[in-house]
Design a protein around this ligand. Structure first.
Ligand code: ZN
Length: 260
């Protein structure tokens, strides 16, 4: 089980070294902005690195929305990030499930996801696996609760789609962690990556506030059980920089007995 962290995009390999991380996830642009990613000067080093690379798409992306002025640029930006991620031999591009606005039909949101994959297929398909991540909040989300996730996966049935399970988002989003992996896999058939985070917010609070693994409102033993059951690469997106994340990675290795 490869274990790593979400790190600053300036020098991901240096960040990996300070955390003894076997994998890193980073943004390729401002996560709150609409700018297309620029080619990276360290692309050769990243491709050659022992460390596994994951790219997180910007938060502004929402391919599900009925708002054209968000949906259309979201599709383009997602494909642009996939292309840039492929240049780094990234293992996956993580993107949030998105949502529709209050009063809008969620069914259209799921179909907009299908259209996003159809749009990418028109230019040969996404060049890296796209991993849709479950989210913590909102009443009209495509991937907060598993009933919605099942409808999303039905809509995307024709395409190869990956899944990223965020433990904080699941718990704060109102899904019990007990047997969560089995219930997710019954829908998606796969978990490609785990975002291992404890939660500052309580169960079903809807709050996307990550905490260190042995802090927060989730019993750390339950958290470890979910991560073990998922049997997928792990990225911590926890606070405390290299010290906090390094401790979380060491904690997981000890609990999972994976050494390193
Ligand atoms: Zn996450």
């Amino acid at each position: 089980m490869r274990i790593g962290a979400h790190v600053d995009q300036a020098d991901p390999l240096a960040e990996a070294a300070t955390r003894a991380a076997e994998a890193v996830q980073f943004f390729l642009s401002d996560p709150q902005g609409w700018k297309a990613p620029k080619p990276r000067e360290d692309a050769d080093r990243l491709r050659a690195a022992e460390v596994d690379i994951y790219v997180h798409a910007p938060y502004v992306i929402n391919v599900a929305t009925l708002n054209n002025r968000i949906r259309i640029p979201s599709r383009k930006l997602l494909l642009g990030h996939a292309t840039a991620a492929a240049q780094l031999d990234a293992r996956g591009l993580i993107v949030h499930g998105g949502h529709v606005n209050a009063g809008d039909d969620l069914a259209v949101g799921f179909d907009n996801w299908r259209k996003t994959f159809a749009y990418a297929a028109d230019s040969g398909g996404f060049p890296v696996p796209v991993l849709i991540e479950n989210t913590a909040g909102g009443d009209n989300a495509c991937a907060r609760r598993l009933d919605a996730l099942a409808r999303l996966w039905d809509a995307l049935g024709d395409y190869e789609v990956g899944f990223c399970l965020d433990t904080c988002h699941a718990y704060a989003g109102g899904e019990e962690l007990l047997d969560l992996v089995d219930r997710v896999k019954a829908i998606t058939g796969r978990i490609d990556l785990v975002h291992a985070n404890n939660s500052k917010g309580g169960f079903n609070s809807g709050q996307d506030r990550h905490d260190n693994l042995d802090g927060g409102t989730i019993d750390p033993e339950l958290l470890v059980a979910v991560i073990r059951a998922a049997d997928a690469p792990v990225i911590v997106e926890t606070p405390g920089g290299a010290t906090g994340q390094g401790a979380d990675i060491a904690f997981l290795r000890e609990q999972l007995g994976t050494g390193a």
